[in-house]
Design a binder for this molecule. Structure first.
Ligand code: ACM
Length: 441
């Protein structure tokens, strides 16, 4: 209904309009194609204060999205207050500095970064989202992406060389949780407090990018594998996820994990965030598991929108508005019965190089407008028909104060010249994806 009125209606205090505020008399019959229409925000790599999250929720609601996936823990920080384990935020929510850019040899900025949400902050966010038709899905990463937790409580780590602080670099980190009963119990306690805050049916437990080097090289972990009758480290990850899934089930919640949870065997009732292309969606849906599609080649909004020189620090491949608009969560190989397991999709925003709400706006808009339509519309979509409607919609974003990427390209203040990125060509990216998904199934 708001879209039928002049764009000024999207201001906090609408201005007097030179055109009458009339909406045409219409009957609208409409409903979304997918029940999961979401966006993931990484609040670890850069902390977003609660007011920025509430604003992000407003913008999701404006685009008829209904799911906010909050990535709350990772190597570089722990962002949720847990009463039983205060050091998670005392130690784990601050890192001494942050890597500048994506080159492995790049310097740190010499400036501490951190922050965390109190339980009340998160309850407020959940209530604010709920009033706008949005479910907040929390993510607690395990068994990898665990350095901030291990820095806070070294007994959770493998061996006895725990890092003293959260990680100050970007990339994949070897520090992972150990597989002791005490660590499973710790994670169950943490998840109980998470469940208490978030009413979401799904709890995301991460599961991605977990190098098994520490497990492989650690005599105690190898002994534990023999105790458990587990032969491969991949299978040990499945055992770990299975224990967590059982705990979530005992609390009436469902486990959601990135598509690496397919490797080593998918636990019963787990649902999959298919990010490494569509292969995870295909394999999981065929095995009867629910799927949320968020493929890296179309809906990773931290990727640059063009190869123009002023774009912010480049990571991954170019992802245009047209690429995002072409997103279809259902792999074409699925038959109708299998396709019913695809509950929808989401765009993901990783924030290694995105340190403010202004930078979030630039990366997210207008591509999220395209993703939103892709997740809503049944039947054919035509980008040429979408384009002029998007131009009209930019006036609404202007009124709402969104610093989107202008179709002409980045403004001078939106770039970070001289900072080295990690761009890849589509050919390199495809070859990389084929390598890293080789053992999904
Ligand atoms: C991911 O992008 N590592 C899920």
């Amino acid at each position: 209904l708001l879209q039928l009125f002049p764009a000024t209606i999207h201001r906090r205090a609408p201005l007097p309009s030179t055109v009458p505020w009339r909406a045409p008399a219409r009957e609208i019959r409409d409903s979304p194609r997918f029940s999961w229409r979401g966006a993931m925000l990484d609040v670890v790599r850069h902390f977003a204060p609660p007011r920025d999250i509430r604003r992000f929720i407003d913008l999701l609601a404006m685009h008829r999205l209904n799911t906010l996936h909050l990535h709350l823990t990772d190597d570089q920080g722990w962002r949720i207050e847990i009463a039983r384990y205060p050091k998670l935020t005392e130690v784990g929510s601050w890192r001494p500095e942050s890597q500048v850019g994506a080159a492995p040899e790049s310097d740190g900025d010499g400036r501490p970064h951190g922050g965390f949400y109190t339980k009340d902050d998160l309850r407020e966010i959940v209530a604010y989202a709920s009033a706008r038709g949005i479910t907040v899905v929390p993510e607690i990463e395990l068994p990898g992406h665990a350095q901030a937790a291990v820095a806070a409580y070294p007994e959770l780590g493998v061996g006895d060389a725990a890092p003293e602080t959260p990680w100050t670099r970007w990339g994949i980190n070897p520090v992972i949780f150990n597989v002791e009963e005490s660590t499973i119990a710790f994670l169950a306690d943490v998840l109980d407090e998470v469940i208490d805050i978030f009413p979401s049916e799904y709890i995301c437990i991460g599961g991605d990018e977990c190098p098994k080097v520490q497990w492989r090289d650690d005599p105690r972990t190898q002994e534990r594998m023999r105790e458990l009758g587990v032969e491969e480290e991949e299978e040990l990850q499945s055992w770990f996820i299975g224990r967590i899934a059982a705990h979530l089930a005992s609390r009436g919640r469902k486990l959601l994990g990135w598509d690496e949870i397919l490797e080593g065997g998918l636990v019963d009732d787990a649902s999959v965030l298919s990010w490494r292309g569509q292969i995870g969606a295909l394999v999981a849906a065929r095995a009867g598991h629910d799927v949320i599609a968020c493929p890296v080649d179309s809906v990773y909004l931290d990727y640059r929108e063009s190869d123009m020189p002023g774009e912010p620090i480049p990571v991954g491949t170019v992802t245009t508005v047209e690429t995002a608009y072409g997103f279809d969560p259902v792999p074409p190989e699925l038959n109708a019965t299998e396709a019913r397991h695809v509950r929808g999709g989401q765009a993901n925003l990783w924030t290694e190089h995105i340190d403010s709400s202004r930078a979030i706006d630039y990366h997210v808009f207008p591509r999220l407008c395209a993703v939103s339509e892709a997740l809503w519309t049944r039947g054919d979509r035509d980008f040429r028909e979408f384009e002029p409607r998007l131009v009209e919609h930019l006036a609404r974003l202007d009124a709402a104060g969104v610093e989107y990427r202008h179709p002409d390209g980045p403004r001078p203040w939106q770039s970070r010249p001289g900072v080295v990125g990690r761009p890849s060509s589509m050919e390199d990216a495809v070859a990389h994806l084929e390598r890293i998904t080789a053992n999904i199934g």
